[in-house]
Structures are given as C-alpha cells and as structure tokens.
Design a protein around this ligand. Structure first.
Ligand code: BJ8
Length: 426
C-alpha cells in the first residue's frame, strides 16, 4: 500500500518540510535496524510498529481533527504534569521530550553547549520546525525540575505558549502545600485554555483512564520477570515511549492484548532470548523516543533488559491515583497531588526512595546487573550514581555507569564496555 502523503498537513502546522524529510529518513532507518531486526518478537508488537510508522502521520492527523472539533492539545516534558487533569478537560496530552540529535546547532545558538542532550533536542526540534507534536500544541507545560530545564523554558517560551509548573525539590509538609497549590494553578490554566470546568465526575473518569493504562504497563512489567524473558527491553522501552503519544484508551487495550500473548509465552517458556541470558536493569535518565542507543547496544551484545528504572519506564508508571472514598473535586486533586509528589526524580533531595526502588526492581525482575544511564551534563542523575553504585555493591549486584549523549561517535566504545560488563556477569 502506498504511504499517505501528509505534506499539506505538516505545511499547515508551519513545519520545515525539507528538514523534516531528513529526520524521517534517519528515523525510519534507525527503527528498522533497531527493532525490526530483532528475533522472536511478539506478534502484538505489530501495533507498535504501525504506530511508529505513522507517528508523524496518522496520530498528528487525529490531533489536528480533534482541534478542529474544539479540543485542545497540551504538550508536556515531565512526569510531574498530571495527565489526569488534562484528560478531565477533554484535552489531549502529548509528551514532547525529544531523544534525537537534531537541530542541535540551532539549539546551541540559544543554549549553552554544555546543556544535556535531552534539553538541546527539544529546543532544537522546535527551532528546526521538525516536531509536528509541538506544532500541534495549544499550550506547552514546563516545570522547575533540573536547572537546565527550568532555565530552558525561559528560552522555549519565546517560541511556543508555555506555562511553567513549580515543582518543589524537597518533600516536607510545606513543600506538599506548595505542590498542592501548583496543582490548583495548573487546573485553573487548563480550565482557561479549554473553557471547561473540571468537575469531580470528569476527574474521576480521567483518573480511571490513566490508572487503567498504568495497570496494563504494570502487567507488562510483571511478565518481564519470567526467565526466559517474553519480550525484549527494546520493545518494552518502545511501549513506554509510545504511551506518551498514543490515545490512552486504545493504547491500554492494545497493551493488554499484547500481555495476553506474553502470558501464553511465559506458560510455554518461550522467550526472546534463551533462559539464563544475562538480565539487566537499566536505571537513570529518561530515554525519550527515538533514543534507543544504549538499550540497543546492551541487547545486541547478548543481554536482555528486564526493567527500566526511568521516567520512560517504571518511575513514570509506579503507583495509581487512589480515589477511593473521594467525593469532591478538591479531594480528587489532593489524591492526584499526593501520587505525583511521590515520584522519585533525582531533582529531589534527599531521594533515598529511589535507591529503595532500584533494589526492589533488581529483586523483582531477577536482574544480574544494573546499567546506570546518564545523559552527559545531567547533574542530578550523575550525582546520584555514586549512591546507587554503593547500594548495588552492598548487595553484590554488578554495576556499570554509562555517560553518553545522543551522538553515535562513542557507540563502539560503549559496546566494548558493555561486552566486558556482560563477561563479568557470565
Ligand atoms: S521526573 S527525570 S522527566 S525532570 S536528563 S533534562 S534531569 S539534565 S529529564 Fe526528567 Fe521530570 Fe525528573 Fe523525569 Fe535535566 Fe537530567 Fe537533562 Fe533530564
């Protein structure tokens, strides 16, 4: 079937068609080399392959059509922005973090060179006019998390309507009060943009939708504890990346169907790699699409990734919003605020829960080693790596730190280090 031509739509969004074509070419090849070359993939990954083949096409068309019907599209960059509040106003939430070295030269004209690749990428995508998601947004929500992002939103707001949410860096009672007031301020902004009043009923329905999505991802995670692992880490990462873009109800249904298939695989002891393959937990900075470099190196070196302690992984999906016993809108917002303040991002101090979660994940997924992934110039996660290494050493868990950016220049060197690490495990 001939691929549909979306040029008119992209042009209407103000994108740079030539630069965008270049990006799609690179992405298409990277996708096919990384994902389609894997062996024993579950058939259910066909849905994800389709979504990825239409990630700048059909999904954007859905957003454009929704906007014509009066719905708003809200872009986010961080786990601390509750999707429930956006959905309750009948708006669409899309994750905008970018995981490719594109538009970097443009980004470096407005940001210091020693800014992390994730920040340079989202600013670069906007300046280069290659991201249809950001162009389809009615509002972008930033947050005061790491210093880089906090200051980058001042620059970013020159190019797109931006609202910045204040995230505290500690979890004392007065921080919780500040955070709850920020949740109210965000709710007011979403109501203003959408022209909708957030009722208790709408909030409850949105909480149920997002809880169902998280439950499907929890189910997937549990299945990955099996040996042999029924699905690769690369495919699992892809699922976690797509959840930020796809329609939540459709995505939940498809992931539950995939889990049915994986349950059958586990029962038959069918896996993506033989039982006894070294099992790795990846921990650290988020891997936004299409950042697949390190997991690809790990799995192509003969290991299987069984969990991601990451925002694009279990840090993002851990914990549901418990609305049991709530009746009013304020009570539901209290519960939403509570759940989100529980996230253990490295921007918090102290952040010992994170080490507890990594240890728990190592045990749950029977990991043989932890690869701590750090994006160069990311101070919060680089600083925390020492504590993680010490905690893993206390438990006799193999540990490897990898600090890198989005470029491919260090791929061979990373591969050598990963192979040596896997030798140690074996
Ligand atoms: S909740 S991890 S998405 S802040 S890699 S930009 S931390 S310098 S992305 Fe994050 Fe929210 Fe935390 Fe998650 Fe800064 Fe580090 Fe860059 Fe980062």
């Amino acid at each position: 079937m001939e691929a549909k031509n979306y040029n008119e739509m992209w042009k209407s969004l103000g994108m740079d068609l030539k630069a965008h074509e270049g990006l799609l070419g690179v992405l298409g090849k990277a996708y096919s080399d990384t994902f389609l070359s894997q062996k024993n993939r579950p058939a259910g990954m066909g849905y994800l392959d389709f979504v990825m083949s239409e990630i700048h096409g059909l999904r954007i068309e859905e957003l454009v059509e929704a906007r014509k019907r009066g719905r708003k599209v809200i872009g986010t960059f961080c786990l601390y922005v509750p999707e429930e509040i956006i959905l309750a106003a009948d708006a669409i939430s899309v994750g905008l973090c970018a995981g490719a070295d594109f538009g970097t030269e443009l980004a470096e004209q407005v940001l210091p060179r020693n800014t992390c690749a994730l920040i340079k990428s989202f600013v670069g995508f906007k300046l280069a006019g290659v991201c249809p998601y950001v162009e389809a947004c009615d509002l972008v929500i930033g947050e005061t998390t790491c210093d880089g992002k906090t200051k980058a939103y001042e620059v970013f707001s020159r190019y797109a309507p931006t609202f910045v949410l204040e995230v505290p860096h500690m979890k004392n009672p007065h921080d919780a009060v500040l955070w709850r007031s920020e949740i109210s301020r965000l709710t007011g902004k979403i109501e203003e943009i959408t022209g909708k009043n957030l009722t208790a009923e709408a909030l409850k329905a949105a909480v149920e939708t997002v809880n169902a999505k998280r439950k499907a991802l929890h189910r997937l995670n549990r299945l990955r504890a099996a040996d042999p692992a029924p699905i690769s880490g690369l495919d699992s990462l892809l699922i976690n990346q797509v959840q930020f873009y796809d329609d939540p109800v459709r995505f939940t249904q498809k992931i539950n169907e995939l889990c049915d298939e994986l349950e059958d695989r586990v029962a038959r002891k069918a896996g993506v790699a033989p039982a006894g393959t070294p099992r790795i937990l990846v921990s650290g900075c988020p891997m936004a699409a299409p950042n697949w470099k390190v997991p690809n190196i790990i799995e192509k070196s003969g290991a299987v990734i069984v969990g991601e302690e990451s925002c694009v992984g279990e840090r993002g999906t851990r914990g549901l919003v418990d609305i049991e016993g709530t009746a009013t809108r304020d009570q539901i917002l209290d519960r939403i605020a509570e759940r989100y303040l529980g996230i253990d991002c490295a921007i918090f101090t102290p952040n010992s829960e994170r080490i507890g979660h990594i240890t728990e994940m190592v045990e749950k997924y029977r990991a043989d080693g932890v690869v701590h992934y750090e994006i160069q110039f990311c101070t919060p996660y680089t600083m925390e790596s020492l504590g993680v290494r010490n905690a893993m050493s206390d438990k006799n868990i193999h540990f490897l730190r990898l600090e890198t950016d989005y470029g491919m220049e260090d791929a061979a060197q990373l591969q050598t280090r990963v192979q040596a690490f896997l030798e140690l495990i074996r």
